[in-house]
Every structure is written in C-alpha cells, then in structure tokens.
Design a protein around this ligand. Sequence first.
Ligand code: ATP
Ligand code: MG
Length: 554
Amino acid sequence: MEETVSKNFIEQIIDKDIEEGKCVKVVTRFPPEPNGYLHIGHAKSILLNYGLAQKYNGKFNLRFDDTNPTKEKTEFVQSILEDVQWLGADYGDEYFYASDYFDQMYECAIKLIKKGKAYVCDLTPEEIREYRGTLTEPGKNSPYRDRSIEENLSLFEAMKNGEFPDGSKVLRAKIDMTSGNINMRDPIIYRIARMHHHNTGDKWCIYPMYDFAHPIEDAIEGVTHSICTLEFEDHRPLYDWVVEECEFENPPKQIEFAKLYLTNVITGKRYIKKLVEDGIVDGWDDPRLVSLSALKRRGFTPSAIKTFMEQVGVSKSHSSVDYAMLEHFLRDDLKLTKPRMYAVTDPIKLVITNYPEDQVEYLPVKNNMENPEMGTREVPFSRELYIERDDFMIDPPRKYFRLYPGNEVRLMNAYFVKCHDYKTDENGNVTEVYCTYDPETKSGSGFTGRKVKGTIHWVSAAHAVKAEVRLYENIVDEEKGVYNEDGSLNLNPNSLTVLENCYVEPALKDAKPLDSFQFVRNGYFNVDSKDSIEDHLVFNRIVSLKSSYKPKKK
Ligand code: ATP
Ligand code: MG
C-alpha cells in the first residue's frame, strides 16, 4: 500500500534543499535563552527541531542563547537541560553556549568593519531612535557613518578594552537607512555593557546583539535550517545579510513558523515569572502552570505532549489550540498504561452489619480491565469500609442509582450491599452508613440472581492509607478570560483544592514520587515529587477521567 503522509511546509523546504544539493546533512537547533523555565510552547519548538533532525538522519543541537547576561542564570540552564531530556530530545554528548562564540563574533565584527560594512556610532540611544525614521518615513544617516575603516577599527578595539562608558558608543552594521524594513536601517550589532557573564565572567564589556549573534551561532554550528517563530520574519533579511557579509561557506536558512498558543493558559515567561515571584504559585513547577517542569510534576507524559504536537502540526498562521486537546491525548496515553486503584477522596464510613467482625478477605482485582497484561492485585475487604460521600444520599433525586436507604448497589469487585440505616452528626451530615451484604453476590462467583444499577468503589477502613489529594483547575478564570482590562491576570480562586482526609488502598503505600495511577471514577493521579513524603502521601490529580470541557457559546 502506498504511504500518503503529507509533509509540512518545513519538510517541503528541506526536501527541496536536499534535492538541489544545497544541504547534505540536516542540522537543526533549539536555542533557548536561559532566563526562565521552558513551557509547553517551547516543547513545540524542541520536538519540531528534534523531530526533523531524526527524520532526516541529521543532527539536533541544544544551544543556550546567553548573549544577554543580565537575566541569565545557571539555575535555568539546569532546568532546561532536564526538560529537554525529559521530552526525549537527544542532543548528543554535548550542548552549546552562544557565549562560546564571542571571540568568533568579535572577529566577524572586525571583518565587517574592514569591508566598510560596520561603523562605530556615538549617537545617543534617543538620537539613534530619531534617526531611524518610522514605518512611513525613511531614516537619516548617522553623522558617524562615514568614519574611516582605521578609525572604526581602533574605536571598536577601544570599546572592547573598556575605554568608554556603558552605552556611550555602539557598533552598527552599515546597510541602508532608507530601507523599507526598519531592521535593515543600520542595526546595532555591539553595545558596551559592563555585566558579569555566567560563562565568560568579566572578559567582555561589549556584547553582540541578538540579530547579529544568532546567524553567526547557527553558521558556526553548521545549522542548515534555523527554525524560529513568526515574529522574526522581518528580521530574516538581516539574518541573511549577516551570514553573507561574514562570508560563511554554508549559510544557514531561517524558516519561521507560528508559535503554539493554548487557550486559557499562561505561557508568557514574563507572566509565569510574576506568579512565581508574587508567591501566587509554588515555584516554577507548580502543577497549575504549563512550564515543562510543572507538567512533569503534574504527571503529564512526554509521549502525550509529542502526540499532541504532531496533531497540531506546524503552520505559518497564528491560531489557538484548545488546552482540552492536550488533555485528550494525555488520557489516551494513561488509559491503558496506568493501574486502576481504589481511593476515596471524601470519605464516609460504611459498616456491613452482617459481615463477621474479624474477617478480612483479599479480593482479586484486575489492575486494568482494558489491559489484561497488567495482571491482578489483591485488595483487602472487611466489615468497615470508606466510600465517597456523594455515593450516598438520604433523599436521592430520581435516577440516582447509588446508595440510599433501602437501595442495593455493588461494591466494586466485592458484594452487593443494601442500606438499612445511617447516622448523622448534629449538623445533619452523614457520618456512617449501615448495610447488609449478600454473600451469594461475590464478584466472580457467577451470581445471576438479580441486578443492581449502581457500582461504587471503596477501601477497607482498617487497611487504607491516609493521603492528601490536590485537585487543580485552571490558574486563570476560563469564563472571564486570561487577562483583566488592566493587563493583570484574572486569577481563578479555585485553582487549587486540597483534600486532606483521603483514604487510598494499601497497595499505594509505597508509591514513589511521580508514580501515576488511575483512581477509579476520580481521574488520573500521581505522587507529588516535592511534598509527598513517607507517612504523608500527596497525590496530584493529573486530569479527570472525562473531559469537562464545554465549547464556549458564541
Ligand atoms: P517567551 O515568549 O515565553 O518569553 P521566548 O521566545 O522569549 O519565550 P526563548 O528562550 O527565546 O523564549 O525561546 C527559545 C525558542 O523557543 C525560540 O526559538 C522560540 O521561538 C521558541 N518558542 C518560544 N515560545 C514558543 C511557542 N509558544 N511556540 C513555539 N515555539 C516557541
Ligand atoms: Mg526570546
């Protein structure tokens, strides 16, 4: 059968480049700035670049774009390394820093000066802005534009040697002050700034600008296809100018694609940083965030993220993708791979009054009904159980098939029980439910006498392990939108619910951080990697079992 896999526009460009002999081995890169944690948007870029390198038997580089030392921190480098590895994007034995190439960038700048293509400019930042013109008006040449090559060489060297104060001079590319593209109006390529750099220390007091540095980094690494997001489209002529004027032999090609936007979640580093700094969330890995470390802590899987990205695809036009779609692929991934356990999140006691006091039965329960390979476990059953509070009602509405006085239900994988009484506290809250069981109705016994409409889960009170369960909702208010009119975030006051009084079956006692499970009827949960300790298990709800997503009414 013929395979008809349609290729995305980037693959089509690469195919053509290979066909025309312009590219022998595909090299891609992911170039994060280490000024924050990666988020789900970055995962798109990582998986895209890594995926292309894999598909074409090429190479994928991880490179820290650390040309702007003020905001960069080693903590972020560490987290980025972990997140990229977690996603499964194998960058080989080494990774790179843009700052490793500062010497070569300096040499490139000298080359441009020698070619008469760069000059030292003494205009103030305000003057530079004024001279630049606008979208409708051309710019004006700087009075320093025609300095001699010798003067430029010695001034630039003096800049490097720290002879001028910060901000007093810049090196600019000499291109065209009347260009229709403002990026081409003699852009700044070096500035003076006395900043300590996490990698090069105090070696440099001049730093290259992004638009100059980035193409050089790509060219040095032999990147063939430099894939970036759409906001750089207008910078592409400058990218091409730099690689051409610096005379790189195999110039890389910049290709732009649309960023991933998810509805109702916060991906902007700036906003996440603010939530972290204001203490509204518990760090960059708070499970309500969509940073990759948060998604990992929450229990999202790299394979679900990958499937999601494949389904979303790459395009040239902006659009938002529903967050529920990511959750959909996550459920798909967890469904057949996670054991289905019993956990009661809001317990009331159920006493089986005709069950022998000291008896304990170990009932076989399939770990995953839809995946027999996962085997069975034994779950203790006894006279006193916990069930979910909302599985019992004193006065049920029609079509309520769970437990109420006089009604019979199945205890999952155990027996039929029939309620004959209950007890309440002074406020009328139910504290205990009394039932009788029918020994004939044991699950697996082939009992066919009568049927019940409801099945509820349970844990044995004497055997269950106490646990804390955390339920999450979106950190922003979905109904009202992400932002308030003043640009601040519209926070959802119910984004975190802590249930401290939960009971889980004893098999979960030794669960390790990040282990994940289905809790039957309640959703998928994992062990929190930060706060769960021995004797105090903490579970995060990864995602509910069914989509609670409702399309917005227009
Ligand atoms: P933010 O917008 O959150 O501040 P950034 O773009 O400034 O992120 P970088 O570290 O510069 O962060 O990003 C590294 C790479 O990830 C860049 O190539 C960038 O284009 C890409 N990237 C960032 N956000 C997204 C997104 N939402 N979708 C796809 N790619 C993205
Ligand atoms: Mg950026």
